[in-house]
Structures are given as C-alpha cells and as structure tokens.
Design a protein around this ligand. Structure first.
Ligand code: SAH
Ligand code: AVI
Length: 326
C-alpha cells in the first residue's frame, strides 16, 4: 500500500491487464469488482446508497447511529483504520464518537479509488482538525501493511458489506490478514448484509432508475479508458439475480448479440449473444457463516448487533489468542 502521492500507475495498469486477461479467458468470463471504482464508479456507488431499493446503507447507518457512541466509549480507540472507505460518509458517525471518547489520534482510510479517496481525505481534514488523516491507496485483498507506529488500540473497520464482494476463500484470506495485523486490544468492526427474502435482495440490485445498471456498465468504461479497449456499452445489458444455494447476488453484463471486443495487450475477446461477464458477487451472511469465518481466522465475536428485522449485522471481534504485539 502506498500514500496517494506515490501511487504506482504503471504497476496497477499491468495488474489490471493481467486481471482482465485472466478473468475474460475463463469459461464464465469474470472481471474483478474493484475496477468499478474510478471517480464515476465511486459517485455511482454513492448514488446507489441513496436509492429506495438499496436498503444496505440505510440499515448500516441506522445501526451505526445507535451504536457508534456506546461502542467507542467502551473501546476508546486511538486509531481507526477503514478498509474500502469510499466517501467515508457513515464513518463520520464512528469518528465523532471516537473523538468524543477522548483518545482519537488517527484515521487511516484505505481504498483503491485514489482520486475519490484523496477528496474524501481532504474533506475529513477540514472537518476533524485534531485528527491525523492518513489515506492509503491499495488493494485490501493484499496483506495489511499497517505501520508499527499505529496508535493503540485501533479499530479496523470494514463497513458497507464489501466483505460480500469477496468469494468465501478470498473473504477468509482477507479476514486472516486483518487478524494478523491486529494487536492485543485492537478490534475488528465488520458490517455485513444478512440473508433474507430473495425478492428484497434482488430489488436492491435491480433499481427502477437504472443506477445499478450504469454502475455495472462502468467497468467496461474503465477498461475502454485505461486499457484502450473498444467495448460497445450499448451491446451489454445489466443482469442481477440471487443464488439461493450460494447465498449471493451475482451481477452480470450480458452480451446482446455475437460480438468481439479488442483489448490492446490482451487481444480479441469473442462474446456469443446471451453470454455474460460476471462483474460482481455480493455474498449474504448469517451468524453461523460469519462466526465460522471469523473463528477460523482466530477472531472471536465480542458483539453481534443487528436490527429488529435482522436485515444487517455489525460485528465486533477480537483476537482469541494474544495479538501481533502486546
Ligand atoms: N465503505 C463505504 C464504501 C463501500 S463501496 C460504504 O460503506 O459505503 C466499496 C468501496 O471499497 C469502494 O470505495 C471501492 O473503491 C473499495 N474497494 C473495492 N474493492 C477494493 C479492493 N480490492 N481494495 C481496496 N478498495 C476496494
Ligand atoms: C460495495 N458493495 C458492498 C456493493 C454491494 O452491495 O455488493 C456494491 C454494489 N453493487 C451493486 N450495488 C451495489
């Protein structure tokens, strides 16, 4: 991970080229969801969070509204590290409570969306003058490189149900990385969307205004701009459905007819009519599946907080044995 000023553009382009070549050569073509989030993709995601159908953000915000104060007054963290921070909008509830609790020194938002992160960090510096704000650009799937000088104790937050965008092995790896970076006294704060009526979930990813469809197509716009690809955005359609067995939404871009897209450095990629690219999964959890994942990473659940309808969960976890540094 790097500070914003030193982000490695050439390196990330090579990584993108590799991910795209690899993903589009599979029998089910795939693209990693992290490539949605250029500036426009991050803005579209923020628009999604305000849609009536997209209950996730509202549910998490309601929980944070109630629980940020009580949690922060007990944990009294000196640092808050946030994975996939985005606009850090809901994070302000945590930051306010953390400052009020009296020990706050540092906020470290981590995100792949460099430009958006830089702007969010600038706004936060204006709003929280007494707090250090040190954004890091990086892939949260990589091992967490938190400095030895990170003030203790720290809360590592992973909000928005972004854990759901990682398949189970990758989610397990990510949580193990978090656990590996935690010291005695640090806490992991995870927000996760819970399993529920499939119709409610499907509606959240098929909004009437087509914002999610635009967000989905944005990944092709990113490939066209960054890699010089020639995807015809009018020739792909948004599709999102809930897989009741795997407990996950799958988001696809479906080719409307036989076509070929050219990606310099990758070559020609042929699509049959009706063939799709899977652009995102969004896994939904329950208490058993979350505690199994946390437990296998050496974390135990301290608090399980959910709303009356069990729509969404906030989980506070800590290391069951020791920590990186006491
Ligand atoms: N936490 C915010 C934003 C969620 S959107 C909220 O709860 O509303 C997901 C965020 O994670 C985006 O800002 C996106 O850029 C970031 N993100 C997605 N995949 C990532 C990855 N692999 N590494 C780092 N950031 C990632
Ligand atoms: C960021 N992530 C948790 C969102 C989700 O719900 O999986 C991304 C998203 N995709 C479509 N709508 C929102």
């Amino acid at each position: 991970m790097t500070s914003i000023a030193e982000r490695p553009d050439a390196t990330s382009l090579i990584a993108m080229l590799r991910d795209v070549a690899c993903g589009l050569s599979r029998s089910q073509k795939e693209l990693p969801p992290k490539y949605f989030y250029d500036r426009r993709g991050s803005e579209l995601f923020d628009a999604i969070t305000r849609l009536p159908e997209y209950y996730l953000t509202r549910s998490e915000r309601a929980l944070l509204d109630c629980w940020s104060g009580p949690l922060m007054s007990v944990l009294r963290p000196a640092a808050l590290v946030e994975l996939g921070a985005g606009s850090a909008d809901k994070t302000r509830l945590l930051l306010d409570a953390m400052v009020y609790a009296g020990r706050a020194e540092l906020y470290v938002p981590i995100d792949v969306s460099a430009e958006f992160l830089e702007e969010a960090a600038g706004d936060l510096r204006e709003e929280y003058k007494t707090l250090g704000i040190e954004p890091l650009v990086g892939d949260i799937a990589d091992p967490l490189a938190l400095g030895d000088d990170l003030p203790a104790p720290a809360v590592i937050a992973f909000l928005g149900s972004t854990i759901g965008n990682f398949d189970p092995p990758a989610a397990h790896r990510l949580v193990r990385n978090v656990a590996g970076a935690m010291r005695h006294g640090d806490r992991f704060l995870l927000g996760a969307d819970l399993r529920k009526d499939a119709r409610v979930i499907e509606a959240a990813y098929n909004d009437r205004d087509g914002v999610t469809a635009e967000f989905n197509l944005n990944v092709l716009r990113v490939l066209n701009r960054e890699l010089g690809a020639d995807f015809d955005l009018d020739a792909f359609e948004h599709r999102a459905f809930y897989d009741r067995t795997l407990h996950r939404i799958e988001m696809h871009l479906v080719s409307t007819h036989d076509q070929t897209a050219h990606i310099p450095g990758v070559g020609d990629v042929a699509f049959a009519g009706g063939e799709s690219i899977r652009t995102e999964i969004s896994c939904k959890y329950d208490h058993a599946s979350l505690s199994e994942m946390l437990c296998s990473a050496g974390l135990g659940i301290d608090r399980w907080i959910t709303d009356a309808g069990s729509t969404y969960a906030l989980v506070v976890a800590s290391r069951t044995h020791g920590g990186k540094r006491s």
